[in-house]
Unconditional design. Structure first.
Length: 700
């Protein structure tokens, strides 16, 4: 995982063929999917020109059947791109003679061109595309990874920053409602600070006719950046915040005290109604949110689909916000951005996540009640044997805290010099490290380091977790009692994830022959990490500065029993595909010590791909003879805001917008058992966290 930009010269998608199995590997996002080809020959590379949608790589192969390892949705289209069918879980459907394009809902975009007739059958364990005889088919794939096209240099002057933000819309791949799909929103240009404004050629925003006017301050510019990007709008200085279209429509966006919430509402309303309107286009699916909203609004979605973006926006904003508010997906991320020039370079990465941006006052808060409880518990019980501190004396908390106000978003991030409480610490260096990540189609490499024999309990627990997914190739290395030189070698070696168990001080990792300061390393090869020791924040930040992308660290001293509980839960969640920030949101409820952990760097970083493509938390309650099941989804870098979830649970026949809590499902025992088949879902029962492959439904 060296940070060489030359890796972009190789294809993002690689095909691997071995004895009838075609592996599709996303070498950037470290995603893998396998197709079994019955009676096939060795595939031949092709240019992919026959596919309607763009692909990174393609092959042709003669086969009698394509068998997919999971029950997935398949979209069937004709050669013109019109949707003919959507085959789902437990589907059995036949198609006559003709030319077809199949879109497989896999961890990367996979397309199949086939001449009919053929049949599709699906159950909980596999999906089969059957042909009456050996037939030549084309298989193409596209990575969901996207890179910024260029870098804009801007001064710290607010009007120059507005001009730089106005280039963000150039990354949109369409201005149709389909841009609410994450794969059709490209990564905005990166920003760097300089002495003059310099915008490379080719970064002209789309001709949407939409302008956002705000007072010329950094605060106003930062807050409207995600909205300007999503609308493909230009940002210009004005006396008061408003949106203006070339048709004469004007939409005020609050006064100084309500400005930030008004921008947030406009973004969410536009996004949600685009998700509903797009069901009239390329993906005419049965969307839960459309069913919920349509009876309460006077909007003709079929007509709106073909209208210009400015006209759609005017129609959307004619709907009172309280009408659509109950049906909004929980937003993935709220970013609290200090309104200083140093925050400028973070904007493209937050906008790429479609984060809500707020600009809080910088203050030094008192610890929360849960944090106080954890610290007091440490002080009462502190000994070298039951903490992860190298010495017995308790240490002070970091000197400069901020505590961003919690919102209804799933996750929170802080951008500023201070150390956040209750939010991740985002830095532009971490995201730049991610962009420079070298492509790799090899095994997922994990290093577990235990530098204290008294902490072997956690090492043994996580050793049983990492690499336990049979469908993914893992390489797990266990290290014990390392010297400074040995630990340096581990940290400098290309590793996807490091799980460190042991004593840590702000000035270094405790080794068998002394203390190793990560700031002394020549380079850092680790991509992501969990430093499960006392006060590991400073060493975690040093790893980010050295080349890592993201990690989980502690702010204060942690009691060993709590650290084992949190560390074990995090290991399972990360192994299951949860991103760092989402994993910590779930795991921290397992012990009061969870309040002492935060994410540093890119909190959206995932170590492995999520099973079923989405990180999912299940809450189960017994209800009469059956069960009430609540599902909560966490967007990933691959399946972001606007992607679709189709839970194969009970009698569900609807799709949902990915992010947050879905509706409650009523299930029989058999239906719940079917939902858990071959899955490793985290399950909450009575407030406790279990795993679907380790418990029996009778235990509920």
């Amino acid at each position: 995982m060296s940070r060489s930009a030359s890796s972009e010269q190789s294809a993002a998608i690689r095909f691997e063929y071995d004895d009838g199995t075609l592996g599709v590997v996303d070498t950037v996002e470290r995603r893998r999917y396998s197709l079994s080809l019955a009676g096939s020959n060795r595939p031949t590379r092709t240019d992919g020109a026959t596919f309607r949608f763009p692909v990174d790589s393609a092959v042709t192969v003669d086969t009698e059947a394509i068998v997919l390892p999971t029950g997935i949705t398949v979209y069937v289209r004709d050669v013109e791109g019109r949707m003919l069918a959507e085959t789902r879980h437990t589907a059995q459907q036949s198609f006559p003679e003709g030319s077809y394009s199949l879109e497989l809902c896999a961890p990367m975009k996979i397309y199949v061109r086939v001449e009919g007739p053929f049949e599709i059958g699906s159950d909980a364990e596999r999906t089969t595309i059957s042909l009456p005889e050996r037939t030549t088919v084309s298989i193409g794939a596209r990575s969901k990874h996207d890179r910024p096209a260029a870098t804009v240099t801007t001064t710290d002057d607010p009007e120059d920053v507005m001009a730089a933000i106005s280039t963000f819309g150039s990354a949109l791949k369409t201005t149709s409602p389909e841009r609410s799909y994450p794969t059709l929103r490209g990564h905005p240009p990166t920003l760097e600070r300089g002495s003059t404004l310099s915008i490379p050629d080719g970064l002209t925003p789309p001709e949407t006719g939409i302008t956002i006017e705000v007072p010329a301050t950094l605060r106003h510019a930062y807050v409207v950046a995600p909205l300007a990007y999503y609308l493909g709008a230009t940002v210009e200085p004005g006396d008061r915040p408003l949106i203006r279209t070339d048709s004469g429509f004007v939409h005020p966006m609050g006064t100084d005290g309500t400005f930030e919430s008004a921008v947030e509402r406009t973004l969410k309303q536009s996004f949600l109604l685009d998700c509903v309107t797009r069901t009239e286009g390329l993906y005419p699916i049965d969307l839960h949110e459309r069913r919920a909203i349509e009876p309460h609004v006077d909007l003709d979605f079929a007509t709106l689909y073909d209208r210009p973006i400015g006209d759609r926006l005017e129609a959307y904003l004619s709907v009172p916000y309280p009408t659509i508010e109950p049906h909004l997906p929980e937003w993935k991320l709220t970013s609290h951005v200090a309104p200083f020039p140093a925050s400028i370079e973070m904007l493209p990465f937050l906008v790429d996540d479609l984060a809500v941006i707020r600009t809080p006052d910088v203050r030094r808060p008192a610890p929360t009640r849960s944090e106080t409880t954890a610290i007091e518990g440490f002080l009462r019980n502190s000994t070298p044997q039951n903490t992860r501190k190298a010495t017995a004396a308790a240490s002070a908390a970091p000197e400069s805290y901020v505590e961003p106000r919690r919102t209804e978003s799933l996750e929170h991030a802080w951008v500023g010099d201070e150390t956040p409480m209750g939010a991740s610490k985002a830095t532009p260096q971490a995201y730049r490290n991610r962009l420079a990540r070298e492509q790799s189609g090899g095994d997922i490499s994990i290093a577990v380091v235990c530098n204290d024999p008294q902490m072997d309990e956690e090492r043994d627990l996580v050793d049983d977790v990492y690499g336990s997914r049979e469908e993914l190739p893992f390489e797990v290395a266990i290290h014990r009692d390392l010297t400074r030189e040995e630990l340096s070698t581990v940290l400098e070696t290309d590793v996807d994830f490091l799980h460190y168990v042991g004593h840590i001080e702000p000035d270094g990792f405790e080794c068998s022959d002394g203390r190793l300061d990560a700031r002394s390393l020549e380079t850092v090869g680790v991509d992501a990490f969990l430093l499960n020791g006392c006060r590991s924040y400073d060493q975690g930040m040093a790893l980010i500065d050295g080349g890592a992308i993201g990690g989980i660290v502690t702010l204060t001293d942690v009691i060993n029993t709590g650290a084992v509980t949190i560390g074990s839960a995090l290991a399972r969640l990360l192994n299951n595909g949860f991103p760092l920030r989402a994993a910590l949101e779930v795991a921290k409820d397992e012990d009061v010590a969870g309040e002492q952990y935060i994410v540093v760097g890119d909190g959206g970083m995932s170590v492995t791909q999520a099973e079923g493509g989405v990180a999912l938390l299940c809450t189960v309650e017994k209800s009469g003879d059956g069960y009430d099941v609540k599902l909560k989804t966490y967007p990933t870098n691959v399946e972001g805001m606007g992607s679709i979830v189709y839970p194969t649970i009970g009698q569900n026949r609807e799709h949902y917008i990915n992010s947050g809590s879905l509706r409650e499902f009523e299930c029989t025992t058999d239906e719940l058992q079917d939902f858990f088949v071959d899955s490793r879902l985290p399950i909450r029962v009575g407030g406790d966290l279990y795993w679907s492959d380790q418990v029996s439904i009778e235990d509920f």
